[in-house]
Design a protein around this ligand. Structure first.
Ligand code: PLP
Length: 366
């Protein structure tokens, strides 16, 4: 049997190659390589997909997070609450805006941001909370919004892993003051290249982000604020336009695979993410926990299944943030998740025989 990788992008891109190449040809003919009509077209399509007023595309998800934080006027001396268990870029957004990330723990069952720990870590300097829809599963948005309202804090959603996920029947990316997406190739909606977007219903914020991404300028060669070059490319936008048509069907396939994992993996050594009924995950990743991690990895690889790890070190214990002085034990649930997490193969193109193999190999693990 061939090795089953944790993620295989080749299968998807082989299917849609012709469609994407003919769109690339239009970009080429129009030389619309930076920003421009193809980017604007995708912005409108993605806004209507989400049910949001404004989508502002940028060069990647990390820039989206930085611009979101800056747009809220958050900077040096301010604190932003961020989950300890996320991809590090959530925290970069805060740091690159000049503010300080304050890391909070996750819940032991859903592995999402712990609202009680958010409350505990609020200080007079706290300006915002960034909630992450980790692995494609929405966090407890209502509980976090209630805390934000009570303490006058902004909410930013990091939806980089959750294109199309729903909370109480509404798409994530429409709940916070601002939301950030990534179109990194491996995400549920990934560009042929790099990309990201900020989403908002607030016209003022939208204008500010458009200005910041384009050299601080709304009128060419007039620079009213200090800006960046964080524009999206036309080829990336063209690929996203084609792929957006398939997003719902791809997400549905991920859900079916996840449902099989939930129903058919029967092994007390393997713990899965709790799925509250009010939300619909899009299973960007399928992460399980196992106390005998090393043995489990060996068992999977011996049986031609390639695992991955999201993420082996929680943000608060990364060397880059050692100056913030966190000790191990300060976010115990996030630390346990990091120590025991293993990502199983998860992508829409997984074949029936491969899914069967993954399930039976895991059920044989002792
Ligand atoms: C991928 C990701 C990002 C960063 O996006 P890039 O496009 O890679 O810069 C931010 N947050 C989370 C949770 C992510 O998974």
């Amino acid at each position: 049997m061939n090795i089953i990788p944790c993620l295989d992008l080749k299968r998807q891109h082989a299917q849609i190659k012709n469609e994407i190449f003919s769109e690339f040809e239009k970009v080429y003919t129009n030389t619309a390589f930076s920003g421009g009509t193809f980017v604007e077209e995708f912005e409108h399509l993605f806004a209507s997909y989400l049910g949001a007023k404004h989508v502002i595309c940028v060069n990647n998800g990390t820039s989206a997070l930085q611009l979101a934080v800056m747009t809220l006027g958050i900077g040096p001396g301010d604190e932003v609450i961020v989950p300890a268990n996320t991809f590090i870029a959530t925290a970069w957004g805060v740091t690159h805006a000049g503010a300080t990330p304050v890391f909070v723990d996750c819940l032991p069952d859903t592995w999402q941001i712990d609202p009680r720990d958010v409350k505990r870590k609020i200080t007079s300097r706290t300006k915002a909370v960034i909630g992450v829809h980790l692995y494609g599963q929405p966090f407890e948005i209502d509980e976090v919004i209630e805390i934000c309202n009570k303490h006058n804090l902004y909410l930013i959603e990091d939806a980089a892993q959750a294109h199309g996920a729903e909370y109480k029947g509404k798409k994530v990316g429409t709940f916070g003051n601002l939301a950030c997406f990534s179109f990194y190739p491996g995400k549920n909606l990934g560009a042929c290249g790099e990309g990201g977007a900020v989403v908002t219903n607030d016209e003022k914020f939208a204008k500010k982000i458009q200005q910041l991404r384009n050299h601080g300028s709304l009128t060419r060669y007039y620079h009213d604020i200090i800006g960046f070059n964080m524009r999206m490319g036309g080829l990336e936008a063209a690929s996203l336009k084609i792929k957006l048509k398939y997003l719902d069907s791809w997400n549905e396939k991920r859900r079916k695979i996840a449902q099989r994992y939930f129903d058919e993996i029967k092994n007390l050594l393997i713990k899965m993410q709790k799925q509250p009924a009010q939300l619909k995950s899009v299973f960007h990743l399928f992460v399980v926990m196992c106390e005998k991690k090393e043995k489990f990895i060996e068992h999977l690889t011996q049986n031609n299944i390639q695992p991955a790890f999201h993420y082996p070190v929680p943000c608060h214990l990364q060397k880059a943030y050692s100056h913030l002085g966190y000790k191990s034990g300060s976010c115990p649930n996030a630390e346990k998740l990091s120590a025991e997490c293993i990502s199983l193969p998860m992508y829409p193109e997984l074949e029936e025989s491969e899914i069967n193999h993954v399930i039976s190999v895991i059920n044989q693990f002792r």
